[in-house]
Design a protein around this ligand. Sequence first.
Ligand code: ATP
Length: 306
Amino acid sequence: MGAVREFAPAKVNLGLRVTGRRPDGYHTLESLFVPLSLGDEITVTRTEPPGITLAVDGDPLVPDDETNLAWRAARAFLDASGATGGVALRIQKRIPAPGGLGGGSSDAGSVLRALAALEPGRVPPVRLEALALTLGADVPYFLKPVAALVEGIGEQITPVAGVAPLWLSLAHPGKTLSTPAVFAAFDAAAASGSPDSLTASDPRPTIRRLLALRGQDARTGFFDEPRAAGWTQLLGNDLESAAISLCPEVAELREEFEATQALAVGMSGSGPTVYGIYSEEEGARRAAGHIEGRTGFRTWVVRTAP
Ligand code: ATP
């Protein structure tokens, strides 16, 4: 009945601001999402027998049942499309989970893309986007993972052209850090008036503002080597202090990355993945070797995807 293979890229957040909290409890964010060369591989096959099967290779901690976001994406698509038959999924995991790299969300987005290709016209694009958002805030982004400013709770996506190719060195401390726990720590700090909280006056420019400056004048660009100060401004992540309160290794990794030749250092999403940005592959590789030697944590050298 047809099969599609999809590459499910990881994303990195080049800066993240928490801009508010809605009455329903969801936080609104502003972040520059950029897809990476690191990703999972997914095979999506339509089957005659109804129901969904799932096999996961490469990470024994990722569930292979109906709690897997890829499984839930397939279920949601079948229900919305009214298509008969079922879906067989196979995932080769390469994105560390949980890492703040959007692994589960990317798998879900890939499954929706694959099923939309296998069943053209059954679920209109607007409905597919709404479906994606019911699965998770980051899933709509992964319907079309290109460099983009992501706002709201993840549903406002504005592609950003001209992000120069970059090399990144990623490091993960091998500890689990749940996104809800990080937001709970962020809220607790906000309630006590910590400097990262929403109540404090934030002197940092918004990411939209930084990107607009870049657009007006190429010389104030943030994406090349002489602009490291601009990078550092852009890369601030409002969730970093909360992540450090739960996982002090994030602070250790930042310190180690800052001792390398990184243009700038950031934490992706809600962590605990920390990264350094380099203009050349060699710099990223040297940094990865330094971090592994100093901490014993796992590292990846990756490129931003075109
Ligand atoms: P984000 O950056 O979107 O917050 P993350 O990188 O922090 O995501 P995920 O990779 O999505 O986190 O994994 C979070 C948890 O979700 C995992 O620990 C796992 O139990 C569960 N999970 C469900 N489906 C998947 C999947 N397809 N891949 C990885 N984890 C999944």
